[in-house]
Design a protein around this ligand. Structure first.
Ligand code: SF4
Length: 267
């Protein structure tokens, strides 16, 4: 299915996070001093409008939890939103994008048993992931995240979103094998976009890895996935797995409800 055909409403729960990924665009130290969490009444109003198709007539059939931080830091909000969405549409699909470091074993169970799809962010084996995605005290948490992944995939669809860093740029095919050994059948490999910084003139700069270099090794990974029965995607290819006249979802009524009570479009 093309990405633009997915009718989704997204709740960006909070910008609080329990990791401090080196390249995170969202959770810089200053963001964590005053984290914002979405107001439940605002989230519910957005969910109601999206599921009922107000005012566009286009009804959301998926409720996604994403974030500028880690959505599962606010499990009570997630549960309330899910309950409300189910009261409006009992068959609504539920998707979660997470760093996989859940707060309690009860949360892990609830997530496994309620979500239709859970996408885990992981950058590869311990030696790579721990380096780029430490917790606030600088410790690597990869082993716990892998345990949570194994548990969740016993109950529901679990995929991996992996940011390609220097160490894995030319090893994307090996990453596919690594995730395959963890039992994963759907992998999304994305080029690294570094933290947005201000240069000396006060302008913001976005630093991206070389897309052609990324693509060259992505293709190898894609073929490796094909050979072993693993779907390998990238955020760069999402929308193009069938014929479409729509480039992205930004102009479609698929609202993203943000912690600061703003509504934005989603890619
Ligand atoms: S888990 Fe996500 S939000 Fe949290 S620090 Fe890492 S990249 Fe940022």
């Amino acid at each position: 299915m093309t990405h633009c055909s997915k009718q989704a409403v997204t709740v960006n729960t909070t910008n609080r996070c329990n990791l401090r990924c080196e390249y995170c665009m969202a959770s810089s130290g200053s963001e964590q001093d005053n984290p914002i969490t979405i107001e439940l009444a605002f989230a519910k109003k957005g969910i109601f409008d999206a599921i009922k198709g107000v005012p566009t007539g286009i009804k959301a059939t998926t409720l996604r939890f994403f974030s500028h931080g880690e959505p599962t830091q606010e499990m009570d909000i997630i549960k309330e939103c899910v309950e409300y969405a189910r009261s409006l549409n009992p068959t609504i699909r539920l998707e979660l994008q997470t760093n996989g470091l859940f707060q309690t074993t009860e949360d892990t169970e609830w997530i496994a048993k309620n979500f239709t799809a859970v996408w885990f962010s992981l950058d590869g084996p311990k030696e790579v992931n721990d380096k780029y995605r430490p917790d606030p005290d600088g410790y690597g948490r990869t082993s716990e995240i892998e345990e949570n992944l194994k548990f969740v995939q016993k109950y529901t669809f679990a995929g991996i979103r992996s940011t390609i860093v220097e160490e894995t740029m030319d090893k994307q095919d090996l990453l596919v094998d690594y995730y395959h050994n963890l039992g994963v059948k759907n992998i999304c490999l994305n080029p690294l976009i570094k933290q947005i910084v201000r240069n000396e003139s006060g302008n913001t700069e976005v630093t991206k890895d070389d897309i052609m270099l990324f693509s060259q090794y992505f293709l190898k990974a894609y073929k490796r996935g094909d050979a072993i029965g693993v779907t390998v995607l990238s955020s760069l290819t999402f929308n193009f797995d069938e014929k479409t006249a729509v480039a992205c979802r930004s102009c479609l009524p698929m609202p993203q409800l943000n912690p600061d009570s703003s509504v934005s479009s989603v890619m």
